[in-house]
Design a protein around this ligand. Structure first.
Ligand code: GUN
Ligand code: ZN
Length: 452
């Protein structure tokens, strides 16, 4: 058994229902055996262990972040400015995704993608690929190589996009099916059936996507819903006999408990009731919603309707991979709407809520016995300002708030996957994504001899 010593914070339940659904220790231990959390508690009640890793009082151990919606191939087009959703797709996104026909390009972006996710402390993500099967294979292969927990899917499109990105529905079905057989449930990987959104899907494509999910019910479904007003208008014209946007997906068996719908900003009451009754999950992507001017997520209504949601960066419409930044934007969007979120609620949305939305909460999302030891070591002194702000913090909630509003990749000292050091800000780990400086902070921290 291996012990990690430091300050610890973890959500343990839904703080929107129970404000005490979190645990923290000023001086705590995390006991790890065979990659799983064996126990967690105050240092004074630690079990016997064969190995000890101590972090100083400037370190905070937290669960890895869960990004509930982003596009791997859009990494290098972040900040493509000047248009709202449909113009942004046509002008920037589709031409950018067409480049992924080239395996070398896909390989390079895939390496950068997981490296950047680790750098920012994201250890689990639900990810769009492009329509290319080979690029999707590459994103799976690279995730496996670096032990990233990814649920990925090849984008299915058969209309309203450039011809080089389109496939007939039967081909999209066959290719997706092959990927499911190769990758779904392999190690830490899963497959999401990924029709991009209603406007790029014919009824036949949606029908076959639904049939595929029925054939492989352990897969996920990943799509976009009701993101922008102009998109919704267009959907109405494309599917004139549907009551609303959500009903289109429902008709083809694409609204279920394993469906994650990105955005869902402009649903009416009946649509919300339908999504809630099907148990589908929503990925709230505040950074993207602001960048594209899509709208302000009605979180209060979502809470009242009982729809489960987590947070997504939605890179490349989102301009940051950092879940600190996504949590900060979620806070600000709700401030505008008159809902005040607590730091614990935000942290829940960035971790356990995402794991629950993906049905992965038996594995990850919080630091609780039995789960994989997927955690981060955050550096509360990563910048002079963060140091000054956390030094005067009186409570864990204040520390979390400081990290949410001042934190970025510099605050992510270590990523641990099943207890193993996968990435360190200050250490180069051969063959692993990682930095390349030296272990100054680690050494200083362990010389201090643990917290308090
Ligand atoms: N709707 C359909 N495709 C996309 C996409 O790539 N990004 C976003 N934000 N919305 C979409
Ligand atoms: Zn998206």
């Amino acid at each position: 058994m291996k012990l990690f010593r430091g300050r610890i914070f973890t959500p343990t339940g839904n703080p929107f229902e129970d404000s005490r659904a979190w645990t923290a220790f000023e001086d705590g231990f995390l006991a790890v055996e065979d990659g799983r959390i064996a126990a967690i508690g105050p240092w004074s009640s630690r079990p016997e262990a064969s190995e000890l890793v101590e972090f100083g009082s400037a370190a905070l151990l937290v669960p890895g972040f869960v990004d509930l919606h982003l596009h791997a191939p859009q990494l290098e087009m972040i900040g493509s400015f000047g248009g709202q959703l449909l113009e942004w797709l046509e002008r920037y996104t589709f031409p950018n995704e067409a480049k992924f026909a080239d395996p070398k390009h896909a390989e390079r972006v895939a390496r950068l993608f997981y490296d950047e996710l680790y750098r920012h402390g994201t250890l689990t993500a639900l990810v769009f690929s492009t329509t290319h099967t080979s690029a999707t294979e590459t994103f799976f292969r690279e995730a496996e190589r670096v032990r990233f927990r990814a649920i990925l899917g090849k984008t299915m499109m058969d209309r309203n996009a450039p011809p080089e990105l389109l496939e007939d529905p039967e081909t999209a079905h066959r290719e997706s099916r092959g990927l499911i057989e190769r990758w779904n449930g392999r190690g830490r990987l899963g497959y999401a059936i990924t029709p991009r959104f209603a406007p790029t899907s014919s009824p036949r494509l949606l029908e076959l996507a639904g049939a595929l999910h029925a054939e492989f019910p352990e897969t996920w479904v990943h799509t976009h819903l009701s993101e922008s007003a102009i998109e919704i208008e267009w959907v109405r014209r494309l599917f004139p006999d549907a009551r609303d946007y959500a009903a289109i997906y429902d008709r083809y068996g694409l609204l279920g408990e394993r469906s994650v719908l990105a955005h869902a900003i402009h649903l009416d009451d009946e649509e919300r009731a339908l999504v809630a009754s099907r148990g589908s999950r929503v990925a709230h992507c505040p950074n993207s919603n602001l960048f594209l001017g899509s709208g302000l997520f009605p979180m209060q209504q979502m809470l009242e309707s009982g729809i489960a949601f987590g947070l997504g960066s939605d890179v490349g419409a989102g301009t940051a991979l950092s879940m600190f930044s996504v949590m900060a934007d979620a806070y600000k969007v709700q401030q505008v709407r008159g809902l005040v979120l607590t730091p614990v609620q935000l942290w829940y949305l960035g971790t356990l809520a995402g794991a629950r939305a993906l049905h992965l909460d038996a594995e990850t999302g919080s630091l609780e016995p039995g789960k994989a030891a997927d955690f981060l070591v955050l550096d509360l002194e990563a910048t002079p300002l963060l140091e000054a702000r956390t030094r005067t913090s009186q409570s864990f909630e204040e520390i979390l708030a400081a990290l949410i509003f001042l934190g970025d990749d510099r605050a992510v000292l270590e990523c641990r996957v099943e207890g193993d050091l996968l990435r360190s800000r200050d250490l180069s780990i051969p063959g692993r994504p990682g930095g390349a400086t030296f272990a100054r902070v680690n050494r200083r921290r362990s010389a201090e001899g643990g917290s308090q």
